[in-house]
Ligand binder design. Structure first.
Ligand SMILES: [Fe+2]
Length: 475
């Protein structure tokens, strides 16, 4: 992007920043609040739309950011007293995270259970729950792009471009996350409660308010781009459960404190300080922006909030809407037909209990022994295809209870008792040995040919189909 301008000074930005640090405090409450979106999700949907009208989006965003700043006004943070201490602070917090990670690894080596994910469903549920935030990764810096040729802003704009993979589809963070969701049968999270959209809506809003909220954007970025312990543990445990940790490991490397996003975030604080005549006031605004990272549901809250009973009930209740009326009436369970049980989502909890009482679902054992599970999977299962991969995994882990800690995939060949699921990297190495590869490359022409309508039903066609399906599942 800078290639044409490397030998001459960057042109001044056309749009000036408000340099009075009175701008933000004076404006709180001074302008009538615009119509509030009814929810974080409504704001998120409005602000993420590429066709969002700029003026209205910035109006909405300002209101949202102001309310968020009020919410964190009285909270504490761990930043140094003055920006001079930022480089040391960054180094110290990165050290704390890596030291704590080494202690975690030692604990695990000594036999401690996973700290975050009790089973595979727990991990997939986490990936789903943070999807609204991950799918707008980098959004808070979007507005900085306009000033990419301003040396004070170039680092922030470059960070944004790196979130986009500089145009490389295998490195675009949002595309990587979309692919991760898709390969596990997860959705974009439209069923999630409103609180899951708060952080994403806020990040989008910051991207629309660069001119008014630059110190806050810089402060927010400072917090978001540091290396947290939870990122390291998440990557480790995802891999252990056979799930691709690349999205998370990528962030461990790009956010590094030496030259990465963390460093650029610290530099942006100093580079932009001279715009604001009151240095202390500027620093306080940066700090408050930093604290916006605490809003919404963080990693630890999402992980701690997982309840497999509630998640399985949610899955059954959502499915009951489609299933009511789809069953024949010849089978009655505790006096009600299946269609009657499914006619009201409120009955679903009772229905599941009845299935357990009647022995259709046997909890704590191998699901293969349960009649209900046999209806869901297998070649001639009556309900084959009704549940997504993720939903089947949740039902599988729920039926197995504590035994699900081994991370077994619901459709994996049964491993001997006590054996562990294969890690993602081990699985990948095995695939490489077998000559299979998982990538975002175009499907090779010969494969496309083998899957043509006149060929796919032959032995070669079926073989090529299985290979393609396996490589797509591998993500
Ligand atoms: Fe990212």
């Amino acid at each position: 992007m800078h290639t044409a301008h490397t030998s001459r000074p960057a042109p001044a930005p056309r749009q000036a920043y408000p340099c009075s640090d009175d701008h933000y405090p004076a404006s709180i409450g001074a302008t009538p609040a615009p119509d509030r979106p009814t929810s974080f999700r409504a704001a998120y949907d409005e602000l993420v739309a590429p066709q969002a009208e700029r003026q209205q989006a910035s109006h909405r965003s300002l209101a949202l950011v102001r309310r968020a700043l009020e919410a964190v006004a009285g909270t504490a943070d761990d930043l140094p007293a003055s920006p001079d201490g930022l480089a040391d602070w960054m180094a110290a917090s990165a050290h704390r995270a890596t030291d704590a990670y080494q202690a975690y690894l030692a604990e695990r080596k000594a036999g401690a259970p996973r700290r975050f994910f009790t089973n595979r469903t727990h991990a997939l549920h986490f990936l789903q729950a943070v999807a609204p935030t991950k799918l707008v990764d980098g959004a808070w810096l979007h507005g900085c792009l306009r000033y990419a040729r301003d040396p004070r802003m170039a680092g922030l704009a470059q960070t944004y471009l790196e979130e986009l993979g500089n145009g490389d589809e295998t490195k675009n963070h949002v595309l990587l996350y979309r692919e991760l969701l898709r390969s596990h049968g997860l959705s974009e999270g439209q069923h999630l409660a409103d609180a899951y959209f708060e952080q994403g809506a806020l990040q989008l809003a910051l991207g629309h308010t660069t001119e008014q909220m630059l110190p806050e954007v810089i402060g927010f970025n400072l917090g978001y781009e540091q290396l947290p312990l939870h990122l390291l543990i998440t990557a480790y445990e995802l891999n252990e459960l056979g799930l691709d940790p690349y999205y998370f490991t990528l962030h461990i490397t790009v956010d590094n404190a030496d030259s990465g996003h963390a460093r650029k975030a610290v530099d942006a604080v100093a580079l932009n300080a001279p715009r604001y005549p009151d240095a202390e006031r500027y620093w306080q605004r940066v700090r408050r922006g930093y604290r916006l990272n605490d809003l919404g549901l963080g990693t630890n809250a999402v992980i701690g909030g997982f309840d497999i009973d509630a998640e399985v009930l949610r899955i059954f209740a959502a499915k009951s809407v489609a299933g009511a009326g789809a069953h024949s009436d010849y089978c009655r369970i505790e006096g009600r037909t299946v269609n009657e049980w499914l006619s009201d989502p409120a009955l679903v909890g009772g229905f599941v209990q009845a299935l357990v009482r009647k022995g259709w679902i046997v909890q704590g054992g191998d699901p293969a022994q349960s009649r209900f599970w046999q209806l869901l999977v297998g070649d001639r299962a009556e309900m084959f295809g009704v549940f997504s991969d993720y939903e089947l995994q949740a039902i599988f882990d729920w039926m197995r209870g504590a035994a699900s800690a081994d991370g077994l995939k619901y459709d994996a060949p049964r491993v001997p008792a006590g054996a562990r699921a294969r890690s993602f990297r081990a699985e990948q190495r095995l695939r490489a040995l077998r000559g299979e590869r998982a990538s975002l490359d175009a499907v090779p022409e010969p494969t496309v040919g083998q899957l043509a309508p006149g060929a796919h039903w032959t032995a070669e066609g079926l073989d090529a189909t299985r290979q393609l399906v396996a490589s797509m599942r591998a993500g």
